[in-house]
Design a binder for this molecule. Structure first.
Ligand SMILES: [Zn+2]
Ligand SMILES: [Zn+2]
Length: 758
């Protein structure tokens, strides 16, 4: 070795020892007893060695001639079976027969140990070799590298240089791969310089490793340069550069490389295909994705799991749910990635479902996949848990949510912030604020987001005092509220009718936190005034705002006018809404009823015109509950469909409510617009009433009855539910399209003015 090269080696050692001070401990024949964690390779060995028929070996060994070449097939067999115990048997035989003097056999044995994941044994055998050539050094390095010990591999590389051996292209390739695994860019660059000096950078192995190294340290241009310099690009070279583009957010370039590769007549493998498909996902290019899909079928990779997962994910990303579902149901074995993608896909389908009922069905499908996952022996991870919790939350599936909670505790996944937040949300959404609060208090770290969610949720569940207390706790903890947190506090004040506090927070927001009020903040104040019946104040505030009032503001005012009987202002709000052409179907119901009650039929037909123009689905009154994993849906007025028991119970309850609690039936509110007034039935039964009666008859053990309804509740049903909760001493939770109503002992958590009670 020239003095200059020696200097180089010294430099490597210095750089290396800085980075991996303790790497030496893990290598060398004088093992200190400190070992690397066993990799999956060695774990697998235990299983294999049991099934290994060691008798065969002993038999073979007893008949073996001491010809050294006879050991080779046996050792090869050990590699094939990854059998450490087999290798050890052969090893002791070799010693007994004195064959350990043979360098060739011992080199081979070292290699076998490395391949079986037993690096300590490999190193021991290697150290006994009287002459260590570059092939042996490189094999040892590669052994460490493949057993997830890149630092040890680098250490061997430096030892080799110190012993005066010259590296080959393979050695350099391995050294570069080790640098890449260690994120040791500077060291990698030194080895790059070395390979230029010895004109090895055009070599495939070196080039591939360089490409991988530069990609990993986010320097795609250097990776592409290294790639271009490779004289004979193989499949690995192409696959590395294509993935490199994907990892460095250059998906379009990656796909160009993919087509260049095909033009070069290189056939892709599953890794190349998976990487190309991922880039189609990033580019949102379904067309190219479909082409890659058909290519993978042509090449026989259609049953390959990672490829199928990527295609399924591509379809999900494009919301082509049916195609994704088809692929999913056709899969024989599914990985955690498959299951997670599909569960997340269903969660997304829930969000964009055309109505709450189909959303509910999607949720049920997702929960079914989750239960298959659990029984398949796969271990759900934080992605699974957070998706499933958010699904339970949307479905009000408290029971399933509780089971998932227990599972996250057991698996330690609750430590994760996203899972913990999803859990808090689930409990809140299901109306179980006590448990939500407990989960919130137990979170290992709280962020502004978790504080804000909890404050908003308490408000939604009608626990204004607790929400405001939490807001103060948050400020005490030194967390600065954002506009959404303030809106949560203002909304709590609105629910509780606390004017002074609300105005105080409104001022504090601007003075102390320099937050300019936005529409949401004004909406909370208007909501507050409307609830108190201060319609003029609400109207004044609307005039004073710096913004054009939106649909939400006018519908709040309109609902308030309806409630407090101010027709003049109500009609004004309805006229304003008519100009705005609102998006919400329920706003149209409010407008229609306002104009109808004032006999303004011309405006009624204008509203109907708008409904047709907007192609708004007719507002159908649906409710549903789930019991023992089954979903029951209820439709307005379909009294007969649910049996006599339900109707009898409803009549009985209504009578009792009248006689015992002074409940009076209010004039039924039209949730559905009937153009033909003649056809309107005189006594209307809304879907949640049917659902509640069904629940009382069928859900036992005093559990709360949880109902989901796809429109807002009407005031009559709201009163009736309060009565039922008191008569039956049963908690009833109705989540309508606007709010969660929790009826306990004749009271509702919304304080009788749930957003837009119709
Ligand atoms: Zn109703
Ligand atoms: Zn309510």
């Amino acid at each position: 070795m020239s003095p200059k090269d020696q200097k180089c080696v010294q430099l490597y050692r210095i750089v290396f020892s800085f980075i991996f001070i303790d790497a030496k401990l893990h290598t060398g024949s004088q093992s200190s007893g400190i070992s690397y964690p066993r990799t999956h390779i060695s774990t697998q060995l235990d299983g294999d060695s049991k099934s290994f028929r060691s008798l065969d070996f002993i038999e073979a060994l007893s008949t073996i001639d001491i010809e050294t070449s006879n050991y080779v097939p046996l050792l090869e067999e050990c590699i094939d079976r990854k059998s450490l115990s087999g290798a050890q048997n052969v090893h002791s035989h070799i010693i007994k027969t004195g064959t350990h003097e043979d360098v060739f056999t011992m080199r081979f044995l070292a290699n076998v140990y490395a391949k079986c994941g037993a690096m300590e044994n490999a190193r021991k055998v290697f150290d006994t070799l009287p002459c260590k050539n570059v092939v042996a050094w490189t094999a040892l390095m590669t052994g460490y590298l493949h057993n997830d010990q890149p630092a040890a591999a680098m250490y061997v590389f430096i030892q080799m240089l110190e012993c005066g051996s010259y590296p080959t292209n393979y050695t350099l390739g391995s050294a570069l791969a080790a640098c890449s695994a260690l994120n040791a860019v500077e060291l990698g660059k030194q080895i790059h310089a070395y390979s230029i000096k010895y004109q090895l950078e055009h070599d495939t192995s070196v080039g591939n490793s360089l490409c991988g190294l530069y990609s990993k340290c986010r320097s795609l241009n250097s990776a592409m340069k290294a790639f271009q310099k490779i004289r004979e690009k193989d499949l690995i070279s192409w696959t590395i550069i294509i993935s490199a583009c994907g990892d460095n957010s250059r998906a379009a370039r990656g796909l160009r490389f993919f087509s260049e590769m095909l033009a070069d007549n290189v056939e892709p493998n599953e890794f190349t295909l998976t990487s190309a498909l991922k880039q189609c996902c990033t580019m949102l290019s379904l067309k190219v994705g479909a082409q890659v899909h058909s290519l993978s079928i042509k090449l026989g990779y259609d049953s390959c799991l990672p490829v199928r997962n990527s295609i399924m994910y591509l379809y999900l990303k494009h919301r082509r749910f049916r195609e994704a579902q088809q692929l999913f149901s056709g899969m024989e074995d599914r990985s955690l990635v498959t299951m997670n993608s599909m569960i997340a896909g269903y969660a997304e389908m829930m969000d964009i479902a055309k109505d709450n009922l189909s959303a509910y069905h999607n949720g049920t499908e997702a929960l079914e996949i989750f239960s298959t996952l659990n029984s398949s022996g796969l271990k759900p991870d934080i992605y699974t848990f957070s998706s499933v919790l958010s699904i339970c939350s949307k479905m009000l599936a408290l029971q399933q949510g509780e089971q998932v909670h227990a599972q996250t505790l057991k698996t330690g996944n609750l430590q994760d912030f996203i899972v913990a937040t999803a859990l808090v949300n689930m409990y809140n959404n299901c109306g179980s604020t006590e448990r939500a609060n407990k989960a919130f208090q137990e979170m290992s770290a709280r962020t502004l987001i978790s504080w804000t969610t909890m404050i908003t949720a308490l408000t939604h569940n009608g626990q204004s005092q607790q929400a405001l207390q939490l807001f103060e706790d948050m400020r005490l903890a030194g967390v600065r509220p954002n506009p959404i947190t303030i809106a949560g506090a203002l909304s709590a004040c609105a629910h509780a009718g606390m004017v002074d506090e609300a105005l105080g927070y409104f001022e504090m927001m601007q003075k102390d936190y320099k937050i300019k009020p936005v529409m949401d903040h004004y909406t909370c104040l208007i909501d507050l005034f409307v609830r108190l019946g201060w319609l003029d104040e609400a109207s004044d505030l609307i005039k004073k705002m710096d913004f054009e009032p939106n649909e939400c503001v006018w519908s709040l005012l309109l609902a308030g006018c309806k409630r407090h009987g101010n027709t003049e202002l109500g009609l004004h709000a309805a006229e304003k809404l008519l100009e705005l052409k609102p998006k919400d179907a329920e706003t149209y119901v409010l407008m229609l009823n306002m104009f109808k009650s004032a006999d303004r039929w011309e405006d009624v037909s204008k509203v109907r015109e708008l409904i047709r123009e907007k192609k708004l689905e007719k507002l159908t009154d649906w409710s549903w509950i789930s019991s023992k994993g089954k979903v029951y849906s209820f439709k307005c007025d379909e009294k007969q469909a649910y049996g006599d028991d339900v109707n009898e119970l409803l009549d009985e309850l209504r009578e009792k409510a009248k006689s015992l609690l002074g409940y009076e039936t209010l004039e039924s509110f039209d949730l559905v617009d009937e153009e033909d007034e003649e056809e309107k039935s005189s006594s209307r039964v809304h879907s949640e009433e049917l659902a509640a009666a069904f629940g009382l008859l069928n859900i036992h053990d005093a559990a709360p009855i949880r109902i989901i309804k796809n429109t807002s509740m009407c005031r009559d049903c709201h009163n009736f539910m309060k009565a039922i909760s008191s008569l039956n001493a049963r908690e009833i939770i109705v989540r309508d399209s606007k709010l969660l109503h929790k009826f306990v002992n004749g009271q509702c958590s919304c304080g009788d003015f749930g957003g837009l009670l119709l």
